[in-house]
Design a protein around this ligand. Structure first.
Ligand code: KG4
Ligand code: ZN
Length: 353
């Protein structure tokens, strides 16, 4: 009936995901298979293991996404697949699958930039979201502040000079002996609610750098030293820790979270003020990526954004984490040629120094 229907495939890191999205923004299906047991076993993503895990489930995940949408390959308009950034071994599994389907059913392939998808997915939930807008993308591997001027046109205002915030959450969780079968972020968020955020004095990263870049390696070290000084043994899981031990773990979690997020707040405020001078018509800051599912992060950033006259747009958690639902442009983009890789990485240039 003239609708554009796209199958999306995402295998850039540890989740194997497929989704079917229609041009009116309706998500017809969304299937995510995660490698939580591998993560817990190796304490991180091992590329070769992850590749094998993707290969094992990719056919099934894609089939399930089609089945749940009550469609077959013949009903598709195109196949979209993440082409980067990510682990190349893993990306290849998704790209090969996309090629197979596209080749077999004569469909175009759309190469998707993983971070662009994290930003654009917000357009599915906020219909008022217009270019130009700002985006803060916070996940396990990325920490990006971007000014999105148009489809495929992004100006990078800041990035991390070492680790991303999600990595700091994950390591803090590991060192505190939290359950790693789920990722560390949600575990820290939960534990932090019981703790006193002022109790451990961590310093705010990059105070003397008046730019919009991020750094989390130093905070990670501060957290590790604090855990060592309190003699917390990560081998004793929190479930069987004594009450005092539990409280001091909660204090560290809360204090870490406060400073980690304060760093985001400061950088966002500076970026907004800078970007508004260049693009006074900006109305929104999109916050997306796995860490954006954190309620404390959302609440704190909402204050900063409101104070500066903008509106926060934060996709629901299932659309914040890696999921493959892309917020593509209905209509014009698809009317003529299907776009190929819209975002050569060269477009991400660091402007603020
Ligand atoms: O976007 P994502 O699913 O994958 C990457 O592209 O990295 O993000 C995963 C990251 C992990 O570091 C995870 O700990 C973090 O997002 N995360 C959270 C929360 N949920 C996921 N961090 C803090 N609080 C959360 N509630
Ligand atoms: Zn991601």
């Amino acid at each position: 009936d003239g609708d554009v229907v796209v199958l999306g495939i995402e295998t850039s890191c540890d989740d194997t995901a497929a989704a079917v999205v229609r041009s009116d923004g309706e998500i017809l299906s969304q299937v995510v298979s995660s490698q939580a047991d591998l993560l817990a076993k190796y304490g991180g993503v091992a590329p070769k293991m992850a590749e094998e895990a993707h290969s094992k489930v990719i056919d099934q995940v894609v089939q399930e996404a089609l089945d749940k949408a009550y469609l077959t390959e013949k009903d598709l308009t195109a196949v979209a697949v993440t082409i980067g950034p990510g682990l190349s071994l893993c990306l290849r599994v998704g790209v090969q699958k996309a090629r197979k389907i596209a080749g077999g059913f004569n469909l175009p392939i759309i190469g998707i930039h993983h971070m662009e998808a994290h930003a654009l997915v917000a357009r599915l939930i906020e219909k008022d979201l217009q270019f130009p807008f700002m985006a803060l993308l916070i996940s396990g591997g990325h920490n990006l502040l971007v000014l999105a001027r148009d489809l495929g046109q992004y100006i990078q205002l800041g990035t991390t000079i070492d680790d991303a915030i999600g990595e700091a959450y994950d390591k803090t969780a590991k060192w505190l002996g939290l359950d790693l079968r789920r990722s560390g972020g949600p575990a820290i968020e939960k534990l932090a609610m019981e703790g006193n955020a002022e109790s451990v004095k961590f310093s705010i990263p990059m105070k003397q750098h008046k730019d919009c870049n991020f750094s989390y390696a130093g905070l990670k070290t501060q957290v590790r030293l604090a855990i060592e000084s309190k003699k917390i043994d990560a081998k004793i899981p929190i479930s069987s820790a004594s009450n005092g031990d539990r409280l001091s773990r909660a204090d560290i979690a809360a204090s870490f979270q406060r400073i980690a997020v304060l760093h985001l707040e400061e950088r966002c405020e500076r970026a907004i003020q800078w970007a508004l001078k260049m693009e006074p018509s900006i109305r929104h800051l999109v916050v997306s990526g796995g860490v954006a599912s954190n309620q404390y992060v959302r609440a704190r950033l909402d204050m900063v954004v409101k104070k500066n006259g903008l509106q926060l747009v934060c996709p629901p958690p299932r659309l914040c984490t890696d999921n493959v639902v892309i917020g593509f442009q209905p209509g014009p983009t698809f009317s003529g040629e299907i776009f190929t890789s819209r975002t050569p990485y060269a477009l991400f240039v660091n402007l603020i120094r």
